[in-house]
Design a protein around this ligand. Structure first.
Ligand SMILES: *Cc1c(COP(=O)(O)O)cnc(C)c1O
Length: 388
């Protein structure tokens, strides 16, 4: 029986190199990096080296890197921290309608406490229109948060242009770069963002580790009150093995970024062209221009059938994909992102996201298409909606 993992937007397997680098910090080198003795100094050195390495990977300074427990925490901190810090200036936030729940539900939560949020629409490929952002900025706007790349449809937003617009009006700009990091090369200074979130387990690093980049000079309310860790901005004993593993995984991802992206895109492109040629009544969701789309993402809606049924049949064939994002699957609500790009509700229910990774092979892609063709045909034959 085959076992084919095509859900790399949900999580990735841990890099062997990162795993090896982490091991000593679970055992011999266990000191608390804040302790004032040899054990503590060893831990502190590991954390500092990792901070330096991560900063150099994204064009930041080490003092701009804040370790968090996940991408979700980094997103919560960016949005809530800015909201609290600047509430005397205003209580208006701008985001997009297709954000990951880590940003979207954080904004929803702030609405309960008196903040106003504008959710920018997107076009039918998932792009935020920069002029919509410009028009939405008000006197009392304190933060714009727009994701770098969408986790469901892979669309890469024009972040540099959006950040420039926010800054022209004196508004802070945050981007959720959890899907982009390791897949798209960027430099935070060139992008011009004030804050950026990433998550290790999306780039072959360990689960439970994230970073919030905060540009020097940007004042942010702390998110976890506690000890003096992270320059007294995020309390909690440092996760030394996680931090080390994340830095090694990021360094590896950056070193091989173009090569990996090209390989993964070749798998995706072959998959997409075969699916489009061999299955009718489908929608290919997201950016059509592959230079504005994550290299690993293929999102399809199959008319007349349910995504959950396709997923179940794929699983039986040993293929692991996703019906929407892992964070919203399990709910029967159609995807907010797919509805936002104009996929009709019924069709949105028949959606599957395939996200490829560097360990996948062309043989796996071909096997997946062969199985998918059979599955769609079988399910449609049973569907009362399908009339061919
Ligand atoms: C996975 C993901 C997150 C959440 O990251 P975790 O580390 O799993 O909390 C946030 N935003 C996007 C776009 C993601 O894909």
């Amino acid at each position: 029986m085959q076992s084919i993992y095509l859900d790399h937007a949900a999580t990735t397997p841990l890099s062997e190199k990162a795993f090896e680098a982490m091991k000593p910090y679970f055992t011999e080198v266990f000191g608390n990096p804040n302790s004032q003795h040899v054990y503590g100094r060893e831990g502190a050195k590991a954390v500092n080296d990792a901070r330096q390495l991560i900063a150099s990977c994204i064009g930041a300074k080490p003092s701009e890197i804040y370790f968090t427990s996940c991408g979700t925490e980094a997103d919560n901190w960016a949005v809530k921290g800015a909201a609290l810090q600047y509430q005397s200036k205003g209580k208006h936030i701008i985001t997009s309608i297709i954000e990951h729940p880590a940003v979207y539900t954080t904004c929803k939560q702030l609405e309960k406490y008196g903040w106003e949020v504008t959710y920018l629409p997107v076009d039918n490929e998932g792009f935020v229109n920069p002029s919509d952002l410009e028009a939405a900025i008000r006197e009392d706007t304190v933060l714009v948060s727009i994701m770098f790349a969408n986790n469901e449809i892979g669309t890469i937003e024009p972040i540099k242009e959006l950040a420039e617009i926010a800054h022209k009006h004196g508004v802070l700009f945050h981007t959720d770069a959890v899907q982009a990091t390791g897949a798209v090369r960027y430099d935070v200074k060139d992008l011009g963002v004030d804050m950026l979130s990433m998550s290790a387990h999306k780039f072959y690093g360990p689960k439970g580790m994230g970073v919030l980049y905060i540009r020097n000079g940007v004042k942010m309310e702390k998110f976890l009150s506690g000890g003096e860790q992270e320059r007294a901005h995020r309390g909690g004993t440092s996760n030394t093995p996680g931090i080390v593993g994340m830095s090694v995984a990021l360094e590896e991802a950056m070193a091989n970024l173009e090569e990996d992206a090209k390989y993964v895109a070749s798998l995706r492109d072959h998959f997409v062209s075969r699916v489009c040629a061999e299955i009718d009544d489908i929608m290919y969701n997201g950016a059509k221009d592959t230079s504005k789309r994550l290299p690993n993402n293929a999102s399809f809606s199959f008319r007349y059938i349910e995504g959950e049924s396709i997923l179940f049949s794929l699983d039986l064939a040993g293929i692991s994909a996703s019906s929407g994002s892992a964070c919203s699957s399990g709910s029967l609500e159609p995807s907010r992102t797919l509805l936002a790009i104009g996929v009709p509700v019924g069709t949105a229910h028949g959606s599957i996201r395939f996200t490829f990774g560097k360990h996948n092979t062309m043989e796996q892609v071909d096997y997946t298409v062969d199985e998918l063709v059979k599955i769609v045909k079988k399910l449609r034959a049973m569907s009362p909606l399908y009339k061919k």
